[in-house]
Design a protein around this ligand. Structure first.
Ligand SMILES: Cc1cc2nc3c(=O)[nH]c(=O)nc-3n(C[C@H](O)[C@H](O)[C@H](O)COP(=O)(O)OP(=O)(O)OC[C@H]3O[C@@H](n4cnc5c(N)ncnc54)[C@H](O)[C@@H]3O)c2cc1C
Length: 288
């Protein structure tokens, strides 16, 4: 089946209007941003909303700006804009490099950072990147605004802390401490470019040359985007030579619920987690 079930289309011109429409149509409604996850799911009839609320043309939700030590990104900012941003290249190079690896140019012109985070596909790249960066997600709903830490936002496969009548409006990232480097690596499915295993790494080098902070997230390999806690613990306080990084990266799949499918067995994916983690850590270190 390649045609979606019938639905009514509503275009919201403001966030308040979108929230009012979500309230009015309840379970029947779905928000549409770039449409590059929702429309394919509707075509396959995995999702059959009776009402589509298009937020894609709400003015003022696409931006990247610096505000008092924080980089704020509007939820409707598309991947191409992220990829070309000088601010992001300067502070968070893993975002432009990660977005450049997403799908193809058409997907990157339409897909939005907010859509990717709200969708919480475990094979998507943005959730892991924002988790490793310890981002905060700002939502708006009938009861006002909330700010949710990325660690509390991704709850499971296609499940987030967003309430049904809430819209994700902004992503906030603290400007990193001195001597912090970040990188994103993925082993991609050759057709879709979704991650079979990916790793976002953010590493801070202390004055004595040891690792003073490490934040890592694994995408693609598990049922949900997950922090690589065992690798983080193995890095902090260690001298950052290749042997220590290899040892720490070998724990990347530890504690994760690794998946097995036609693209890769559980064992293969677990091994690939270690490979992408090592590459991401070493490149993050070069930038630290
Ligand atoms: C061929 C192809 C290849 C792809 N390859 C990759 C890849 O390599 N890596 C990757 O990460 N992704 C990939 N994607 C997915 C793509 O990144 C999607 O664009 C993205 O996952 C969703 O963003 P969107 O703006 O298109 O959201 P939509 O499809 O419009 O929405 C997705 C979901 O999020 C909800 N939503 C959207 N925005 C908001 C918001 N602001 N607040 C609350 N809820 C919201 C919607 O209701 C829906 O449930 C690919 C897609 C295609 C079609």
């Amino acid at each position: 089946m390649s045609v979606p079930a019938a639905f009514d289309y509503h275009r919201a011109n403001t966030v308040d209007e979108a929230i009012a429409l979500l309230k009015e149509y309840g379970d029947e409604a779905k928000v549409l941003a770039g449409g590059h996850s929702l429309i394919p799911a509707m075509k396959l009839r995995l999702s059959q909303p009776g009402h589509l609320i298009d937020i894609g043309r709400i003015a003022g939700l696409s931006y990247i700006r610096e505000e008092n030590g924080v980089i704020a990104i509007g939820a409707l900012t598309n991947y191409t804009v992220l990829e070309r941003s000088d601010l992001l290249k300067r502070y968070f190079p893993l975002i432009p490099e990660g977005t450049a690896l997403i799908g193809d140019q058409q997907v990157r012109n339409r897909g939005t950072i907010g859509g990717s985070l709200a969708h919480s596909d475990p094979a998507s790249d943005m959730p892991g990147i924002i988790l490793a960066l310890k981002g905060e997600l700002v939502t708006q709903g009938p009861n006002g605004k909330r700010t949710i830490k990325a660690d509390d936002f991704f709850i499971g496969t296609f499940t987030t802390a967003l309430e049904p009548e809430e819209i994700l409006t902004e992503i906030r990232l603290a400007i990193p401490a001195a001597h912090t480097g970040s990188a994103y690596e993925k082993l991609a499915n050759k057709a879709s470019h979704y991650a079979i295993a990916g790793c976002a790494a953010v590493i801070t080098r202390g004055d004595d040359g040891t690792c003073s902070a490490a934040s890592l997230a694994i995408t693609g390999a598990a049922m949900q985007t997950t922090r690589a806690s065992a690798t983080e613990a193995a890095l902090v306080g260690k001298k950052l030579d290749e042997a220590a990084v290899t040892e720490a990266a070998s724990h990347a799949a530890e504690g994760l619920e690794i998946v097995s499918d036609i693209h890769g067995s559980k064992e293969y994916r677990a091994q690939m987690c270690a490979v992408v983690a090592k590459r991401a850590i070493l490149r993050a270190l070069e930038r630290a």
